[in-house]
Design a protein around this ligand. Structure first.
Ligand SMILES: [Fe+2]
Length: 252
């Protein structure tokens, strides 16, 4: 996948950027703002921060004459990039009631319009690699968007439904069963000189003491509860892990 062609990058750009907004589509304006705990960021912040990445690392250096949307946004929506200036404390992201959600969407449109113009002629391999990195970065924030929206709505006393009939879990994502991993030493992670994001592990080795079995699809209580009566030698470890979660959820 690396490096992508200009055409593929343009298509990916439109697809990835749209998906962030699709995730937020069911939200009301008020849902974009809260930060119930420090490790949750407001959806508005994710939308703006992922946009700030493209403005800061692509448009400013690679598009001559580009005018930033708002000079305050570098401070408001930088996360941990020390070399591009001061930023809002992570714990204060929920205090950023202004700019409004509407302004953040206008910011996205402004950046998307200029990115689209730039991508028509962009051939610099370094710039294209940075665009791809920005897309991976936005996808990482899409995962955070989903978990943070879940936290925000789950801590609203009314437990508002994200989207009627919506289910993030695809319970048809496999035929079930277990994959066997034989005893041995395995290399895991990413072994390359290419640029990687913080979400990618670099190579390491792991020694498996014995043969393992990994379930090939997602598991739900109705599927793992019967394990309690099974005679498999691995059942205790599995049940112990699941029990911790079950107890923490107050159901044990
Ligand atoms: Fe980020």
């Amino acid at each position: 996948m690396y490096p992508l062609t200009t055409t593929a990058i343009s298509e990916a750009y439109n697809r990835v950027r749209q998906h962030s907004e699709t995730i937020c589509e069911p939200l009301e304006t008020e849902d974009y703002v809260p930060q119930p705990v420090p490790f949750v960021s407001p959806p508005k912040w994710h939308l703006a921060h992922s946009t700030w990445f493209f403005e800061t690392f692509i448009l400013k250096p690679f598009m001559p004459g580009y005018q930033v949307f708002d000079t305050d946004y570098n401070y408001l929506f930088n996360s941990y990039y020390n070399n591009v200036g001061e930023r809002t404390l992570r714990t204060d992201r929920g205090n950023v009631t202004r700019p409004t959600t509407r302004n953040v969407y206008a910011y996205r449109q402004h950046v998307d319009r200029h990115m689209s113009e730039l991508l028509e002629t962009l051939t610099d391999p370094e710039a294209l690699a940075l665009v791809e990195l920005g897309l991976h970065h936005e996808q990482q924030h899409q995962e955070l968007l989903v978990t943070d929206i879940k936290y925000i709505l789950g801590h609203n006393p009314l437990f508002p439904v994200y989207k009627s009939g919506h289910n993030l879990v695809d319970d048809t994502n496999g035929e079930g069963g277990f994959a066997t991993i034989s005893e041995g030493v395995y290399e895991i992670g990413f072994n390359s000189d290419e640029l990687v994001t913080s979400s990618v592990s670099t190579m390491s080795s792991m020694s498996w003491a014995d043969t393992k079995c990994i379930c090939t699809n997602l598991k739900f209580p109705k599927l793992w509860l019967p394990m309690q009566n099974s005679s498999h030698s691995w059942k205790r470890a599995v049940i112990r892990t699941l029990t911790c979660g079950w107890t923490k959820a107050g159901r044990g």
